[in-house]
Design a protein around this ligand. Sequence first.
Ligand code: 16G
Length: 247
Amino acid sequence: SPLSSLDKDGFIPLYYQIQQVLIEQIQTGKLLVGDCLPSEYELARSYQVSRMTARQALHNLKSRGYALSQKGRGTYVTRPKLEKNIMYLRGFTEDMKQRGMMPSSRLLAQTVLSAKGVLTEQLRVEEGSAILQLRRLRIADGTPMALEESNIPLKHYPGLERTDFTSESLYKVLRNKYGVRAAWADEVLEASPATLEESELLSIPKNAIMLSISRVIMRTDEIPIEAACSRYYGNRYRASIRVPTTT
Ligand code: 16G
């Protein structure tokens, strides 16, 4: 029953729990496109919550594209948006712009090398196949934020090595020139002290704590886009995610 499905003593807000129950019903087909959702009043009554809480849950469903309200018809389920932001993986340039900061880079190296070892597995290419490697210092509003190494399999992106990455965004080029769309990434986060080179390039203390984010990012057709490692100075950066719950 609705009553037993809410965790009233936990720290997950009630509106969020209700919203997730409704989303699950939509995703599993218990509620179909065009079906009416319970009204604010009905939700409040069956979950024993305030009207405000019920309203918030419905509001979120609408803003996330699951539902629409129409006078005289109530709130009904709509076709979900084709692409949702959860799977949208931002590059550094885009990320900084979104925060209202001015991104720039210092290109430390741009080389073509032949794949071996773990890179062949990550990028799913044969030994010796051509990889474009970029090493960049990533800067936001004039402050160096991270040292980044990117490895891109040229097999899938021929000619990419001729782009001048002094100021270009890698993801922008991949998107605009190669039509690449990112689907998902495997990421590993770990902490370690800065190397001497890193402390000099980032102008940070020797042995400063770095947050390393390594990732392999994949296209919708399961072809690898990039194997990368970004090393952020721990005092200038932290990572956060929204963890979905299962209801
Ligand atoms: C991010 C990515 C990095 C990618 C870069 C592209 C992480 C940890 N790293 O920094 O892999 O190469 O964006 O940025 O997310 P760009 O489009 O500005 O070149």
